[in-house]
Design a binder for this molecule. Structure first.
Ligand SMILES: C[S@@+](CC[C@H](N)C(=O)[O-])C[C@H]1O[C@@H](n2cnc3c(N)ncnc32)[C@H](O)[C@@H]1O
Length: 299
């Protein structure tokens, strides 16, 4: 019997050691959408914090379970845990709830009849977002808007040249601006989120673009690119983590050739200057507005 696991539950929940991973945030995992209906015996879900993406994942998981199969879901109380029981009951199931380590845990045995699954799946599915004119999906970073940091960076960017990469490309908002420069010869779009990469592929059909579902920190330090653009993440598993952005800065330096340029935006309060000055020859702050700073750093 294969155990299916979505995300990385805290160790107190005793997640299965050998399991097929389903989270879109873990490169190489199996999409929950690909599981055959009524095929699974057991699914454990560390539920995501967004309401729409959580209900989408729960509905897909219930659909994938056999009648009599077991769904074991947990979430931190302040990250959706306190709503879990009600959300699951909305699908017509009986829920056993317990509390542990600031989480709520809900266990469900799949009954014959379920309700509301298709509506939850439709609400969390990829779509062309009205007003944004781009494909995106609930759960993707700033999925239905242009992030203010990315907008500031886009406004500050000069036309770039040569080959480059967008680290943490999301659904491709910044990459679209970069590709507006005819002097760009190639652009790699990299993101940890499978849904973001899938949306970016639909949004950008330019043959200069290529797409990588990957952890940017694991990319090879090719030392060959002309430019890097990034609005780096600063949350890991829901908690603020400045080390992520700092790792992106070091990776950008490893990817660039000498004289190559990094364009990066960051929340004002994040301490990136020291990391930039360490890894780059010249660092200039180009914009400082609305709580964000844009830096140009030359290797
Ligand atoms: C602040 S968002 C910027 C997204 C996009 N540039 C935009 O403007 O909408 C950061 C992005 O980095 C991605 N990300 C987080 N951790 C990552 C990692 N280790 N490697 C690659 N991408 C990552 C997130 O999924 C998210 O799409």
């Amino acid at each position: 019997m294969t155990t299916l696991l979505y995300g990385r539950p805290p160790a107190v929940f005793d997640p299965p050691g050998a399991a097929t991973q389903l989270s879109p945030l873990i490169p190489g995992s199996t999409p929950l959408e690909d599981l055959a209906e009524g095929s699974a015996d057991d699914i454990m879900i560390h539920a995501p914090p967004g309401v729409l993406e959580r209900r989408y994942a729960l509905a897909l998981a219930l659909k994938a379970l056999k009648v009599g199969g077991r769904l074991d879901v947990m979430a931190a109380k302040d990250k959706g845990g306190s709503r879990l029981k009600k959300e699951l009951e909305g699908f017509g199931v009986e829920v056993g709830e317990s509390a542990k380590a600031h989480h709520r845990r809900c266990v469900v045995i799949r009954p014959e009849t379920l309700t509301g699954l298709d509506a939850a799946i439709a609400t969390g599915a990829p779509r062309l977002v009205e007003g944004l004119d781009a494909w995106s999906q609930p759960g993707v970073f700033a999925w239905d808007r242009i992030d203010a940091g990315s907008l500031l960076l886009a406004q500050a960017l000069p036309p770039l040249k040569g080959a480059g990469v967008d680290l943490g490309c999301g659904y491709g908002a910044l990459a679209t601006v970069v590709l507006g420069s005819p002097a760009v010869t190639a652009l790699r779009l990299v993101d940890l989120d499978r849904r973001a990469i899938a949306a970016a592929k639909k949004n950008i059909t330019d043959p200069r673009a290529s797409f990588e579902w990957a952890d940017a920190r694991t990319l090879e330090d090719v030392g060959a690119l002309n430019f890097v653009v990034s609005n780096p993440p600063f949350h890991d598993g829901g908690a603020e983590d400045k080390r992520l952005g700092q790792a992106f800065i070091r990776k950008a330096a490893g990817l660039l050739k000498k004289g190559g340029v990094l364009w990066i935006v960051a929340n004002r309060h994040l301490p990136y200057e020291a990391e930039l000055k360490d890894a780059f020859k010249r660092v200039d702050m180009i914009a400082d507005s609305g709580g964000y700073k844009v830096f140009e750093a030359v290797k």
